[in-house]
Design a protein around this ligand. Sequence first.
Ligand code: UDP
Length: 354
Amino acid sequence: MYHKLLFMSTPIGSLGSGLGGGVELTISNIAKEMLRRGHEVNIVAPQGSISSSLPIKEIPGELQIPAQNQSRSDPIFLHKNSVLANMWDYARQVQADYDLIVNFAYDWLPLYLTPFFNCAIAHLISMGSLTNAMDQIIEQVAIKFPGTIGVHSKTQAETFTFAERCICLLNGLDLSIYRFCAEPTQSLAWVGRIAPEKGLEDAVAAAKIMGIPLKIFGFKQDVSYWEKICQQYPNAPIEYVGFLPTIELQKELGQCQALLVTPRWIEAFGNVAIEALACGVPLIAYRRGGLTEIIEEGKTGFLVEPDSVQGLVEGIKRLDELDRQACRQKAETLYSLEAMGDRVEEWFQKILQK
Ligand code: UDP
């Protein structure tokens, strides 16, 4: 059965800007796959959002502050002329045209508004527990509307006290865009938003110890954090390549020997990890969050002691033991658009049956 779906994007940044982090790729991939399956999809996103192939309704207003910059007891935050409020006001007006609204924002308002809508709402929660206010409102929705809270990994769900109420969906990629590269050059990669919770400095330190070039890809969300790293490691063999569109990112990433993933926080999933696998690039990652579920130890990567630069170094020394073909294989089995589409479609269907 075909459904009419309204996707509500992140209010942190416009689609294509990089500000929204992994959610940007997640929303466009799920939209693409649902369209391919014959569903009707419209995306509501902040003004300036771009996509060559997806229908986007752009909404003006002030962007939200990223939740990862907030502390546990912080209250809920909304600007005057908030883009989040404007997006949901639009959703309220058009809800009768849709079977299901899917919320991709890690924000309080959409969860709070859920009982006020006539249309069913599914929430794909993109981060683990960060603030008390968010924990409380997600739990309320999970209890009142069973099965409507989706997450990316079990480890992410377990950061909440209501883990068993969450539906684990992993994530998926359009694998036709990611080319397998069997013969890398001598280089390492680091991909992500450049912000303290991503621990880039540890990857730089490890590359310096090993004397292997580290290519850095991503949006400089925190410029002073980036400058501090450059000052701290003046002679490190690093190259900042920029924030690249997926087509270019996969080409550069594929040529690297490994991706270093160094989160300081419980990474809900780690889109960059499955993107690397799709290119045949193994992972050396801290044993934290979704990465612990993505990596097959000794085959597609090494999980090392969190916050240990030495652990990263030891992993880099043993890179030869990893199997690039197995990395691509893993992506094809679990993280294809089709595999993810099956999981997501089943989730939608169960919600709509209720
Ligand atoms: N990314 C990109 N180009 C770049 C660097 C990163 O498109 O040059 C994207 C990457 O594909 C991924 C996202 O940025 O989807 C980072 O998401 P991740 O889930 O790893 O972390 P988050 O930012 O959500 O915490």
